[in-house]
Structure formats: C-alpha cells, structure tokens
Design a protein around this ligand. Structure first.
Ligand SMILES: N[C@@H](CCC(=O)N[C@@H](CS)C(=O)NCC(=O)O)C(=O)O
Length: 222
C-alpha cells in the first residue's frame, strides 16, 4: 500500500492521477501546513519541509518532489505510459517535469510565502516580491509553451468515447495541475492560446475530470 500525503486543490492531485494510472492500492492522508486539523505531525515526520505531495512506498521509502515521484512511478511501472518508451522523448519528458517543478512550482512557493525569502520585510516589499514572482512565473509558462507545448496531448483528441482518448502522461499531469495557480491559465489564454486550449482539453479528459472535480469543485461545478 502506498501512502499519499496531500490535500484538495494542491499538487497532490498530480500524484493521485499517476497512482490511479499505475493501478496500485494507495491511501490518502489529508495533511498540509495550512490545515491545522490535518495530519501535520505525520507529514512533518516524513518530510522535513512539510510539503505536499509526499509519497511513501510500500517499503516505507519516502519521496518528496513531485517531478521525482512521477519519474519514479513511470520507471517502476513502465506499462503505465507515464513516461514515453522512446529514449529521446523520455529525456525531454523528464526535462519538462523538472522544468515545471524548478521554475513554475517553485515560483508558487515565493508567491504564497514571500516572507520565507524576505524575513520580516514590510508589506510593500512582500507584495513587490509576490508580483515579481508572478510575472516571472508567467514568463516561465510562456517558455514552457514554446519548448514543451508540443509534447502535451493534442487538444483535438477524440472525445466520442472515454476509451478512445489517448492516455495523458506524467508531463500532462504535472502541467495540468501546476498551471491552475497564480493566474497562469488566464495569462496563457492571451499569450499562448494553443497551450491554454491543450490544458482545457486535458481538464476534460476522462482520467482527469473526476480528480479535478474533487480538487477544484468550484471550477467544475456543471
Ligand atoms: N518542490 C515541491 C513543492 C511542493 C509544494 O510547494 N507544495 C505546496 C502545496 S501545492 C505546499 O505543501 N506548501 C506548503 C508550505 O510550503 O508550507 C514539489 O515539487 O513537490
């Protein structure tokens, strides 16, 4: 049994998608630094940064870092299709996963917790850092669109039956989740409409929709 520490609306959604794809039994433990009534002590014991997602495998091995988890699952379950079988395509998929984690996910941390970088700076300085990180995040998504957009599932994927959809891969999973935050989707709709369309199409994918409905019910109400 795998254990996934996570919470609604968080990056644990990407790992949930991957675990479901691998078809392995797992339990979810609701834990986050912002939920006082969650399993925060258990999470902190597993991950000194207390961040989610945190994944524990059946042997008790702890994994932090979403990109590493997705690559690990893709390698351990090669039939899952999380990583491309072709060597070059796999290398580019791993590059894309690390790109999203290092550039986009990391910027979200600055936007959410600017005081971790500026200490006891005043509100104006914190706000300035937040704004700068948001601009940088949006620029990083533009570069992602140009460098990796073509590797995502096509927006014109067939929709007539769930079985006819191609399977999204790990890069689709992390991108669809991390792009939900800090106005990235709205920015891309203006700057890189084809990536915005691909992401909207992924949201509707039969593997993604039930998970996203649970994590972001307000966005998938109808
Ligand atoms: N580098 C980590 C970042 C994880 C992360 O920032 N998770 C957020 C939730 S989406 C978190 O737990 N934030 C709470 C905190 O940092 O206190 C990864 O790629 O998984």
């Amino acid at each position: 049994m795998w254990t996934l520490y996570g919470s609604v609306g968080s990056g644990s959604a990407a790992i949930e998608l991957a675990l479901r794809r691998c078809g392995v039994p797992y339990r979810e433990v609701r834990a986050s630094t912002w939920e006082a009534d969650s399993a925060r002590d258990e999470l902190a014991a597993a991950n000194p940064l207390s961040q989610i997602p945190t994944l524990v495998d059946p042997s008790g091995m702890v994994m932090t870092e979403s990109a590493a988890m997705l690559i690990h699952l893709g390698l351990v379950f090669p039939g899952s299709g999380l990583l491309p079988a072709d060597e070059s395509a796999r290398a580019q998929a791993m590059r894309g996963l690390v790109y999203v984690a290092a550039n986009c996910y990391a910027a979200i941390g600055v936007i959410d917790y600017p005081e971790r970088w500026l200490g006891d700076a005043d509100d104006a300085a914190l706000q300035q850092l937040r704004q700068g990180a948001r601009s940088r995040l949006h620029a990083c998504w533009d570069v992602f669109a140009d460098q990796f957009g073509g590797a995502l599932l096509s927006p014109d994927a067939p929709r007539h039956s769930p079985a006819a959809w191609p399977r999204p891969a790990a890069l689709d999973m992390l991108t669809a989740v991390v792009s939900r935050w800090a106005g990235a989707r709205a920015h891309l709709a203006q700057s890189r409409p084809s990536l915005a369309a691909a992401l909207a199409s992924l949201d509707a994918h039969p593997e993604f929709l039930p998970v996203f409905k649970r994590h972001w019910p307000e966005l998938f109400a109808s």
